[in-house]
Design a protein around this ligand. Structure first.
Ligand code: PMT
Length: 222
C-alpha cells in the first residue's frame, strides 16, 4: 500500500443507506451501515487524497482528514454528489441508495385503516450513472450488491452506468456485505477483473484504493 499514490487527487465517496420518507415518522431504507464507504474514505485519505465523504444516516465516526457531508434521501445525496464532484478525480459510490421513493410524502402521520394499504413508489435518480454521464466525468467506481449471478449482473451495471470499475459483493452470503465487518468482492473493469478474498472492510478498502489508483493512472497517463 503506497501512502502517496493519491496525493493531489480529490476523491468523493458515498456511503451508507438513504432514507425515503413516507410520512413525518416513517421511511423506507435498507441495512447498509456505512462501514464499507467509511473504510474506503479512510484508505483514500491514507493514500494522500483529499476526501469528501457523503454519508446517509449511519452511526460511525468520521475518519481522520475527511470532509463529511450528511444527507438523508437519494435526492439529497445526488445534489451533494453533483456539487462535490465538480472538481473531483475519483468518484466511489459505495452507498446503498434506495431505487424507489414514495410517490407522495404524507404531511401527517398515515393512520391505520383497512387490512391492506398500497404504496406507490417513484424511481429515484441514479447517482453514479448521473456523475458518470457528465461531459468530463471523474474516474467512476460503482458497487454492485447482488444475491445471484454476481459477475453477470455486475458487468451489466459496469456497462449500463458507463463506469470505469465495479466492485461486486454477494450480499446473500452470511458474514459479508451489508452491516458486517468483513467483505469479499470481485472487481471488474473494461478488459479485466480481480477477486479479493474475504477480509476486514479496512483491509479490503486499502486493496481497492490501490487497484483504483493503478487503473486511474493506466487510463489517464500523465
Ligand atoms: O454499508 P455496509 O454495511 O458496509 O455495506 C456495504 C454495502 C453492501 C452497502 C456496499 O458494499 C455495496 O454493495 N454498496 C452498493 C449497494 C447497492 O445499492 O448496490 P446496487 O447494485 O443497488 O447499486 C449499484 C451501484 O449504483 C452502487 O454503486 C450504488 O451506490 C449506485 N446507485 C444505485 C441506485 C441509485 N439510485 N443511485 C446510485 O448511485
Amino acid at each position: 500500500f503506497d501512502t502517496g499514490q493519491l496525493s493531489g487527487k480529490h476523491v468523493v465517496i458515498t456511503a451508507g443507506p438513504t432514507r425515503e420518507a413516507l410520512d413525518p415518522v416513517r421511511y423506507i431504507s435498507n441495512h447498509s451501515s456505512g462501514k464499507m464507504g467509511f473504510a474506503l474514505a479512510q484508505a483514500a485519505a491514507e493514500a494522500g487524497a483529499r476526501v469528501t465523504l457523503i454519508s446517509g444516516p449511519v452511526n460511525l465516526p468520521t475518519p481522520p482528514q475527511c470532509e463529511r457531508i450528511d444527507v438523508i434521501s437519494a435526492d439529497d445525496m445526488l445534489q451533494a454528489a453533483e456539487h462535490a464532484t465538480s472538481d473531483c478525480d475519483v468518484f466511489i459510490a459505495a452507498a446503498a441508495v434506495a431505487d424507489y421513493r414514495p410517490a407522495n410524502i404524507a404531511e401527517q402521520k398515515i393512520k391505520k385503516s383497512g387490512e391492506h394499504i398500497t404504496l406507490t413508489l417513484t424511481k429515484n435518480p441514479d447517482i453514479v450513472a448521473t456523475i458518470a454521464g457528465q461531459p468530463t466525468p471523474p474516474f467512476c467506481v460503482g458497487f454492485a450488491a447482488e444475491t445471484q449471478h454476481l459477475g453477470e449482473h455486475a458487468q451489466c451495471k459496469l456497462q449500463r452506468k458507463r463506469l470505469d470499475m465495479i466492485v461486486a459483493n454477494d450480499v446473500s452470503q452470511p458474514g459479508i456485505g451489508f452491516n458486517s465487518d468483513d467483505n469479499a468482492v470481485s472487481v471488474f473493469w473494461p478488459g479485466g477483473k480481480q477477486q479479493l478474498a474475504q477480509a476486514s472492510k479496512q483491509q479490503l478498502a486499502r486493496q481497492l484504493i490501490q487497484l483504483m489508483a493503478e487503473r486511474l493512472s493506466a487510463t489517464q497517463p500523465q
